[in-house]
Design a protein around this ligand. Structure first.
Ligand code: ATP
Length: 247
């Protein structure tokens, strides 16, 4: 599964916020068709890694490649053309726009044709039937779980080659979390969608992912198969058994 040129390849990436060095030389790869989980405690640098693909913050050193092309210094607005989509932490949907309008924003970013928009919308609404029931409601009136579905749905309307999800389970009830993770699994199995998922919920994320990376204090300390990592004693001790991230 991991042979050939990776879809996303990060080499020796460092990034900082002023004097705070958030990434200290990170190597990570995501191959086409994979689900890769990046786990780690609060403040480890997971969100920074994801944001740095979009140039915020800019890499201080190292390289980011997408499908073999160096995108380390590609302006953010050009990245949508590469069809790298992100559902950021905290969801960030447009609260005053309706669900339908939020979804169209994703299609606009991808400059999708009318036929593609209609097909993509149907696909998203089949995946998340709750959004179909709420198409004319304003985004801000949705529950947290529904907003997460909307954020993922909007990213899917960008017809992504790579979908990056930052903490999709944050603040959600277990049942909703399961629905969202099931939807990600379905997208991967049915459509071969490539996913990089950042999670504090190590248990859910490693069960979902083909491979995982563990980040501690701006560095990758461990990587391996999802189930392999789940069974490692140091992962169990730090993130699962009795840990606050192990639900
Ligand atoms: P969380 O699960 O809390 O989002 P994380 O693993 O995603 O954690 P980051 O948010 O990437 O971690 O944070 C990495 C480090 O960078 C932390 O020390 C954090 O305080 C710092 N940091 C993050 N964002 C900023 C910012 N905008 N300005 C200054 N420092 C920041």
């Amino acid at each position: 599964m991991t042979a050939g040129t990776p879809l996303l390849a990060i080499h020796g990436l460092t990034a900082a916020y002023g004097k705070i060095i958030a990434l200290k030389g990170v190597d990570l790869e995501v191959h086409a068709g994979e689900i890769v989980a990046l786990i780690g405690a609060n403040g480890a640098g997971k969100s920074t890694l994801m944001m740095s693909v979009f140039g915020r913050p800019r890499a201080r050193s190292g390289r980011i490649e997408f499908d073999g092309h160096d995108i380390t210094h590609t302006p953010t607005h050009h990245l949508a053309r590469l069809r790298i989509a992100q559902s950021p932490e905290g969801r960030r949907i447009f609260p005053r726009m309706t669900v339908a309008e939020n979804l169209q924003m994703g299609a606009d970013a991808a400059q999708a044709s009318e036929a593609d928009r209609a097909a993509d919308l149907e696909r998203v609404l089949t995946l998340f039937p709750r959004l179909r029931e709420r198409l004319t409601q304003r985004g801000g009136t949705l529950s947290g779980g529904e907003q997460q579905m909307l954020a993922i749905g909007r990213a899917l309307m960008m017809r992504p080659r790579l979908l990056m999800l930052d903490e999709p389970s944050l603040g959600l009830a277990p049942l909703i979390t399961r629905q969202i993770f099931d939807a990600i699994r379905t997208l991967n199995r049915q459509d071969g969608l490539t996913v990089l998922i950042v999670e504090q919920n190590a248990n859910h994320a490693l069960r979902l992912a083909h491979r995982g990376y563990v980040m501690v204090n701006g560095l990758i300390t461990l990587s391996g198969g999802g189930t392999e990592l789940l069974q490692r004693p140091e992962i169990r001790a730090a993130y699962l058994e009795g840990g606050r991230h192990g639900t």
